[in-house]
Design a protein around this ligand. Structure first.
Ligand SMILES: *Cc1c(COP(=O)(O)O)cnc(C)c1O
Length: 362
């Protein structure tokens, strides 16, 4: 097999050790004679896999005791509906939900939420072509909002929050962290809800993580599907219906691997180094451009453009020939994008940087 580096935005690269362990355990998990895929989700084998995964995630993110960790299906887009269905009932109907619009994903979230509540765009960086996070002082929040939704890392636009918002008055903050969860240390207690699809930085597609403060359970709208009502899901330890068992198993292996690497703080330092290396190559001259304001450049998703876009196909073909895969930008914004999640080794970033320099004739 030729050696490659996979820069896909998601589903994305996983740690090699995790894939090797999964391969070794594929046919017979720990002497059970079964593949994890074949196990009952209510059997002792899978329950132990599940509990280890929850325990490790709680430890990695220092999730306080008054938060539930839920493993759901439906992806980030599913949560765009599931969040308002669970939280809009906190206020008299129709409730208002505040949004900070910083790019494609928060845009999708607010559009979906408008089906269940009034939506107030408290701030938007649309005028700046989604290249920054509007300063918190400029946000026009609704005093009685059911919650405030933010996307702390805009995967397509490459914009990442460099602060955790603090809002007076007790409005819970819901954060879509799909593409940078576990990449940096966060203070979970600053948020009411954190959610993320697993396929960026955690594991396989099909698993969605929700971390929710306990006082936010039990306020769902009557139309909320039972299988997506967080209170019901929490009461059944994410097994009200069959959870994505194999995806949970792989996520658990990723959590254990992260712990062996020193946890989130250690991985964050490596992510800072990787991002620095890549942005320095993009900034070296005008051959490439990343358009995001410096303080908000994402450490995980790095969109960039060639100043001569007629070279795009040649750039991608040359990258592929060197085993640098999935660098094409999202179709909505064009250009290139390198996603450098936790599982991308610095050697992969260095290989990309070498190619960037070579292609630019440096
Ligand atoms: C990928 C992504 C989503 C969508 O996830 P799906 O699992 O495809 O529904 C939502 N939000 C962000 C920030 C993402 O990066």
């Amino acid at each position: 097999m030729t050696h490659i580096y996979n820069f896909s935005a998601g589903p994305a690269v996983l740690p090699k050790e995790v894939l090797e362990q999964a391969a070794a355990e594929m046919l017979d998990w720990h002497g059970s004679g079964m593949s994890v895929m074949e196990m009952s989700h209510r059997g002792p084998e899978f329950i132990s896999i599940y509990r280890d995964a929850v325990r490790d995630l709680r430890e990695l993110l220092a999730v306080p005791d008054n938060y539930k960790i839920l493993f759901q299906q439906g992806g980030g887009l599913g949560q765009n509906a599931i969040v308002p269905l669970n939280l809009a009932g906190r206020k008299a109907q129709p409730a208002t939900i505040d949004f900070v619009h910083t790019g494609s994903w928060s845009g999708k979230s607010l559009k979906e939420a408008a089906r269940y509540a009034n939506v107030n765009v408290a701030a938007s960086s649309k005028e700046s072509a989604f290249t920054l996070v509007p300063p918190q002082e400029s946000w026009k929040l609704t005093p009685d909002a059911a919650y405030l939704h933010i996307c702390t890392n805009e995967t397509i636009d490459g914009v990442e929050y460099n602060f955790a918002p603090e809002i007076a008055g007790g409005t819970p903050i819901v954060a879509d962290m799909s593409s940078h969860i576990l990449s940096r240390v966060i203070d979970v207690s600053k948020y009411g809800v954190i959610f993320g699809g697993a396929q960026k930085n955690i594991g396989p597609a099909g698993l969605t993580l929700v971390i929710v403060r306990e006082d936010l359970l039990g306020t769902s709208l009557p139309v909320c599907p039972s299988a997506f009502d967080w209170k019901t899901v929490a009461e059944h330890e994410s097994m009200y219906n069959t959870p994505p068992t194999y995806a949970i198993y792989i996520a658990g292996l990723v959590f254990a691997h992260l712990k062996r690497q020193g946890g989130v703080a250690a991985v964050e330092q490596r992510n800072i180094a990787k991002a620095k290396l890549l942005y320095a190559a993009l900034d070296a001259d005008d051959f490439y451009q990343n358009r995001v304001a410096l303080p908000f450049r994402s450490r995980m998703n790095v969109p960039f453009y060639l100043s001569d876009e007629s070279l795009n196909d040649k750039f991608l073909a040359g990258a592929k020939a060197r085993g640098l895969l999935q660098l094409k930008g999202h179709k909505s914004v064009g250009g290139m994008r390198a996603s450098i999640y936790n599982a991308m080794p610095i050697e992969g970033v260095q290989a990309l940087v070498d190619y960037l320099n070579e292609f630019a004739g440096r």
